[in-house]
Design a protein around this ligand. Structure first.
Ligand code: HAM
Length: 417
């Protein structure tokens, strides 16, 4: 029988490697909780209509969606991103605004797998609903920035742009279409045919032939209406006030069609350009209404967990390990002490593991070392007879001390502080 393996473009994260994953989510949760964002969980699949509103002309919707008819003949899709799901939940539950949510979870896109590009990948993100204030854009951008800093990522550039709104985008779009049509023959094969359906995407093309055309294309930032210009000025002023360096990138349009006004991307400068988008986001003031909800401005971002881990490796940063266990019980007096002690310590909120199958003391000590626990709690026949437990610090060399069994919870807790 052929060996069973995970599907192309997916991967396993084994417990030995999952420490950095946990530290991404834990650090992110800490940063965004400090600004009032609450955790939201939404289904991994939704009615396909939820995602079609992202924009019928984006690659994410046109070519990359995992969609299928389920056994009830419903046309559903695995989420390719989570903003649309959060908007759907917002419309369905109508929370009072301002409403701020964060998430962490798998996303699915049928892309060509390569380093840093997977078919199932993970994002952490935030979405804030109900305010058009540019200071909220600044808060959102700053939280992403702060998170990367907290992780120890420093080789990073923040790119920002404004895509205008319903008042100024249509006339800019027409200018761009006219310009691209005038240089139609110079564009790459893919984009020559996409001028009419999505001219902004041409600006994002990395091929040299398109780049030489788009270098002198009209720029949305030069054609903003007064309201959008004032909004963008306040955003850049806010970033400067918070000492967050940024680069204006007039060709930054991003891969999803729902953006209005501010768009931004965090680019990892220690990574290859094909995978250097560590995360990105922007304002999407029209999406809630386009999906059938009340007119509600919103802004958010999503950061790619795998890309964050690649950046950490490229910068040779080892995230602070998340200690998995406080204590490991080694019992070679028959097993009852391990059973009772483990239960008592866990009931006191401590993270504890033990060996099973009456393994030899040597095998149990080896397991204790491998577990990464701070302390070993040892019960041999002598301790069992005396009603004591021997405590050994596994991470700092020190004396083994003997503690009466009934005082062990207090002693372990004291040592962990
Ligand atoms: P996105 O730019 O499509 O935006 O994805 C955000 C991040 O997810 C990317 O910058 C990248 O780090 C990671 N990513 C995307 N595709 C892959 C892949 N195939 N493999 C590995 N990592 C990937 C969004 O998803 C928007 N929902 C962001 C947003 C939230 N805008 C407003 N709110």
């Amino acid at each position: 029988m052929a060996e069973l393996r995970h599907p192309p473009g997916t991967f396993d994260v084994m417990p030995a490697e999952s420490g950095p994953w946990q530290s991404v989510v834990t650090t992110f949760a800490g940063v965004v909780a400090s600004a009032g964002y609450g955790l939201i969980l939404t289904p991994t699949f939704e009615d396909i209509g939820v995602f079609q509103r992202i924009g019928e002309s984006t690659d994410v919707v046109r070519k990359e969606m995992y969609d299928f008819l389920d056994k009830g003949q419903r046309h559903v899709a695995l989420r390719p991103e989570q903003t649309a799901s959060v908007v759907r939940a917002f419309i369905q539950h109508r929370p009072t605004t301002p409403w701020k949510a964060w998430y962490a979870g798998s996303q699915f896109r049928f892309e060509r797998p390569q380093a840093g590009r997977y078919r199932e990948f993970h994002q952490v993100g935030i979405e804030a609903f109900g305010s058009a204030d540019p200071d909220l854009d600044v808060e959102v951008v700053a939280l992403g920035w702060e998170f990367y800093r907290a992780m120890g990522i420093h080789r990073m550039e923040l790119l920002v742009n404004s895509l205008g709104d319903a008042a100024c985008r249509p006339s800019y779009r027409q200018l761009l279409v006219d310009y691209l049509n005038s240089r139609h023959d110079e564009l790459c094969d893919e984009h020559r045919d996409r001028i009419a359906d999505n001219p902004l995407r041409v600006l994002d093309c990395k091929r040299p032939e398109c780049r030489s055309v788009t270098a002198s294309a009209p720029r949305q930032v030069d054609h903003l209406c007064a309201d959008c210009a004032a909004h963008f000025a306040r955003v850049t002023e806010g970033l400067a006030a918070l000492s967050i360096p940024f680069t204006m990138q007039p060709t930054l349009v991003r891969g999803l069609d729902y953006y209005t006004r501010t768009t931004f991307e965090y680019a990892g400068t220690a990574l290859e350009s094909a995978q250097n988008a560590l995360g990105g986001g922007g304002r999407y003031d029209g999406l809630v209404a386009a999906m059938g909800g009340p007119d509600t401005p919103a802004v958010g971002f999503a950061l790619g967990v795998e890309r964050i881990l690649l950046a950490l490796t490229a910068e040779a940063v080892t995230p602070r390990p998340v200690a998995l266990l406080d204590a490991f019980v080694v019992d070679f007096s028959g097993g009852a002490a391990a059973r009772d002690l483990t239960a008592r310590l866990r009931a006191a909120g401590l993270r504890v593991d033990r060996s099973f199958d009456a393994r030899s003391p040597k095998a149990q000590f080896k397991a204790a070392d491998r577990s990464g626990a701070r302390l070993a709690l040892i019960v041999g026949p002598d301790e069992a007879a005396a009603g004591t437990v021997a405590l050994k610090d596994l991470q700092n060399v020190g004396e083994q001390v003997s503690v009466p069994s009934e005082l062990v919870v207090g002693e372990v807790t004291r040592r962990l502080i």
